[in-house]
Design a protein around this ligand. Structure first.
Ligand SMILES: [Zn+2]
Length: 280
């Protein structure tokens, strides 16, 4: 009798120690109630966020899309970045920025869509802009149904001029020039276009070619200075990246790589602190 009680205890406690799954993180609907500083913990692909803030879904120069996903939480630094870009959009008459995913209320792995976005320092911004005069705000339904338009001509590496303009370049340049931005992921064709149009510009260094990212760009912020548990990624390579490393993306090898079946991503082991964040 005593022994079986002991075993039950053992089972319960080992359950508590078991690593968390994306499901656990997706279920949480509120950020932690933090009195101190917000903390990004771990890496972009294996981490979490204590004391997240919710981005207001409509702001000056921007609107958040796909509200049903409730991925509009981030580190306060990320919210200031988005608001700064929104203000620039209004001042420069770029149109209204359409904001995709930030992170979940406590960060962590997501069930769908991303490997990163776990520490509240990543945000997706659509290449498509809404007309500036969105005093006629997008409805909840518009935000669910509007499509993020690809800037590539169908099934090719060519830029589709119908969906790409110098405004997209101005937006990427403005974002890359902000010191809090670590890097920005875009489709290789977008990077190539930027290299052609902005030859020799040092801000191009932060613009990184990556798979997909033809209907949005992904901005990643540096670790906030006062977040000691936040782990930064290796620095971007020197130079503006408009070289052979970019040409590789258009090679037969890269195309084959793209088509090759991908191993399912292994579930990352989160820092122990994230278990605390989840249970707080
Ligand atoms: Zn992203």
């Amino acid at each position: 009798m005593r022994l079986s009680f002991f075993f039950i205890l053992l089972i319960i406690s080992s359950e508590c120690l078991a690593s968390t799954s994306a499901k656990d993180w997706a279920k949480v609907t509120q950020p932690t109630k933090t009195t101190g500083l917000s903390q990004s913990i771990g890496t972009y692909t294996s981490g979490c966020l204590r004391g997240a803030a919710a981005l207001p879904v409509t702001g000056n120069g921007y609107q958040v899309m796909r509200l049903s996903r409730t991925r509009f939480y981030g580190h306060p630094d990320l919210l200031s970045f988005i608001k700064k870009m929104g203000n620039a959009a209004t001042q420069q008459h770029w149109g209204t920025l359409l904001i995709g995913d930030l992170g979940q209320p406590r960060g962590g792995p997501t069930l769908t869509g991303h490997r990163s976005h776990q520490t509240g320092l990543d945000v997706d911004i659509w290449f498509r802009l809404a007309p500036e005069a969105t005093g006629s705000q997008l409805s909840i339904e518009d935000r669910e149904t509007w499509a993020a338009t690809s800037v590539l001509a169908e099934k090719s590496d060519a830029i589709n001029r119908k969906h790409w303009s110098p405004i997209n370049e101005h937006i990427l340049e403005a974002a890359a020039n902000l010191s809090e931005v670590d890097r920005i992921f875009v489709n290789a064709s977008v990077k190539r276009q930027l290299c052609t149009d902005n030859s020799g510009q040092s801000w191009l260094r932060k613009i990184r070619p990556w798979y997909g990212h033809d209907d949005h760009f992904h901005v990643r912020l540096k670790c906030p200075a006062d977040n000691p548990e936040c782990r930064i990624q290796d620095a971007v390579p020197k130079g503006n990246g408009c070289d052979a490393s970019l040409a590789w993306w258009f090679s037969a090898e890269a195309k084959a790589d793209l088509l090759a079946p991908k191993k399912p991503a292994t579930v990352p082991v989160l820092p122990a602190q994230c278990q605390v964040v989840l249970n707080e």
